[in-house]
Design a binder for this molecule. Structure first.
Ligand code: HEC
Length: 125
């Protein structure tokens, strides 16, 4: 005779095990966020000043004063290089420079762009 109670327990156990594989997303190297962040960075005009790889070498970079930083150099961030701080800078911009605020983007979008920016430090020259 087939035992339904045991079958249900096994299904329950499999369900619990499958949930446990959902790990917390890695802040910097999460593939999905990286691609999403990169797309947002590209489509919001950041490369014109910051360059495609965020090295501070965008098309109009040399005409800006102060010039855009190299995103890989964490020590050169005036407003802090933590994920939350970068997302905040993207929201409000930097007074006295040509860095505009992007308050029209969602918090989620700004966080994903910040993740993309932080991931750039892993790309060598
Ligand atoms: C018109 C040019 C321009 C555009 C467009 C622009 N930036 Fe900037 N950004 C700058 C400049 C210039 C600085 C350096 C400002 C300074 O040193 O005071 C800067 C600084 C920054 C910083 C570093 C802040 C710090 O703490 O020093 C971040 C992060 C940043 N930009 C992100 C972005 C993102 C993301 C976008 C697109 C959504 C973007 N920027 C679009 C010109 C620009």
């Amino acid at each position: 005779m087939f035992n339904v109670a045991i079958l249900l327990k096994i299904i329950g156990l499999l369900f619990i095990l499958s949930c446990e594989e959902d790990k917390e997303p890695d802040l910097v190297s999460n593939k999905f966020d990286y691609e999403r962040g990169r797309r947002l960075y590209m489509s919001n005009g950041c490369p014109v000043c910051h360059g495609n790889e965020g090295r501070g070498d965008g098309r109009i970079a040399s005409s800006l004063n102060p010039p855009p930083l190299d995103f890989r150099d964490l020590a050169s961030y005036k407003k802090g290089a933590e994920l939350e701080q970068i997302a905040q800078t993207i929201e409000v911009g930097i007074t006295g420079s040509s860095m505009p605020g992007f308050a029209h983007l969602t918090e989620n979008d700004r966080i994903d762009i910040a993740k993309f920016i932080l991931s750039l430090k892993q790309i060598p020259d």
